[in-house]
Design a protein around this ligand. Structure first.
Ligand SMILES: [Zn+2]
Length: 364
């Protein structure tokens, strides 16, 4: 009798154990099942706990491309290998505010009408077109500094407000004229030279006065020496073959090319006087100034590393319609490390023209 009781007790315990295990196989879902519109979301994002089992569809994408309630089918394999299916309701909502890309300061001269939203970009997780409005008061006919705001709102009511400063300068106080590029950067023409966001620009649209420049700038030379030493450590000899060129020198060069190849051809590889970047003091050609340089270890090294020292490959391959010049694997321009890194663009070189939103075309 005692033996029997023991057996029954054991059996009961076993059944209880199996039952507990059975019940312990669980998948739990989060309490707040809200997902953000157009954000990449997976089933695992809505699960809070998996116990003694496997969430089979954890890497299945949940469609968040439209607002409202969605039904998600979740497959769960229990401890005993059974597959259970759950229907889970999730809500796709838009709680994210738009982001505004803008310039902190815009400068203009008194009396000159200005489009403050030009080049300002708004991004949002909803795919709707969102416009930006300007809030605050200013008087374009009155010299001063005005604090204004950009405001962007999406259709779900999320809004973003960003402060910026509008400076209205007296037109007689300087010989500077201001403009805004198509990408929203501030440009200034100062004593005949054009600077965009602080960077001197020389191309077919933006020339230099004939008196501009006197040699490579100190920062260019210093940065080049660093680049040169780094290349040397990699066993490569990089040297400047042609650095600063005066306006007069460019007159001679350009006229010779025109005499040899004609104006149209000369314009694709040689700049007109006043439009050569070599006059800027930030530019030089290295080693072999010809297409023979393409693909050499030195050219490859420069293309991959020059940005670390603040230089850019000024006329990349396939960008002739943008820069106005054919591919020049030997021509480099100093712009500083920050901008150079942006233009390097992980190896897919961007041009100054693309980045700032400007063209490079002779006016005549
Ligand atoms: Zn050059």
């Amino acid at each position: 009798m005692k033996k029997k009781l023991k057996l029954v007790l054991c059996l009961l315990l076993f059944v209880l154990f199996v039952f507990l295990l059975w019940n312990s196989s669980k998948i739990k879902f989060k309490k707040e099942l809200e997902l953000s519109l157009n954000r990449e979301s997976y089933q695992k994002d809505i699960v809070s706990k998996v116990l003694n089992g496997k969430h089979l569809t954890e890497n299945e994408r949940i469609d968040t491309s439209s607002l409202g309630e969605k039904e998600v089918i979740v497959s769960f394999k229990t401890f005993y290998g059974l597959t259970k299916k759950y229907k889970v309701k999730v809500n796709v909502v838009d709680k994210e505010s738009p982001t505004i890309k803008y310039q902190n300061t815009i400068t203009t001269t008194k009396g000159k009408e200005i489009d403050l939203t030009k080049g300002v970009e708004v991004h949002d997780n909803s795919n709707e077109e969102i416009s930006v409005a300007v809030e605050g008061e200013y008087d374009i006919n009155k010299v001063g500094e005005y604090t204004l705001y950009y405001i962007a709102k999406d259709s779900s009511g999320n809004s973003t407000k960003e402060e910026f400063t509008l400076k209205v300068l007296s037109s007689s106080s300087s010989n500077e004229t201001y403009f805004t590029t198509s990408k929203g950067f501030q440009g200034v023409v100062k004593d005949g030279a054009t600077y965009i966001d602080g960077t001197l620009i020389v191309n077919k649209s933006y020339g230099l006065p004939s008196t501009f420049g006197s040699g490579l700038t100190n920062e260019t030379t210093t940065a080049f020496k660093k680049l040169q030493s780094a290349a040397l450590l990699d066993g490569l000899n990089i040297y400047i073959a042609s650095g600063w060129r005066s306006y007069q020198k460019q007159v001679t060069l350009y006229n010779n090319y025109v005499a040899r190849d004609g104006k149209e051809a000369a314009d694709t590889y040689s700049a007109r006087p006043g439009y050569s970047e070599h006059q800027s003091g930030f530019t030089f050609d290295v080693n072999e100034v010809s297409d023979k340089f393409i693909g050499t270890p030195e050219a490859n090294w420069l293309s991959d590393n020059c940005y670390k020292y603040g230089f850019i490959l000024r006329y990349p391959n396939g960008k002739q319609d943008i820069t106005g010049f054919k591919y020049e694997s030997w021509h480099f321009r100093y712009v500083g490390e920050e901008l150079a890194t942006k233009l390097y663009n992980n190896g897919d070189w961007l041009t100054l023209e693309e980045y700032f939103g400007i063209d490079s075309v002779y006016k005549d």
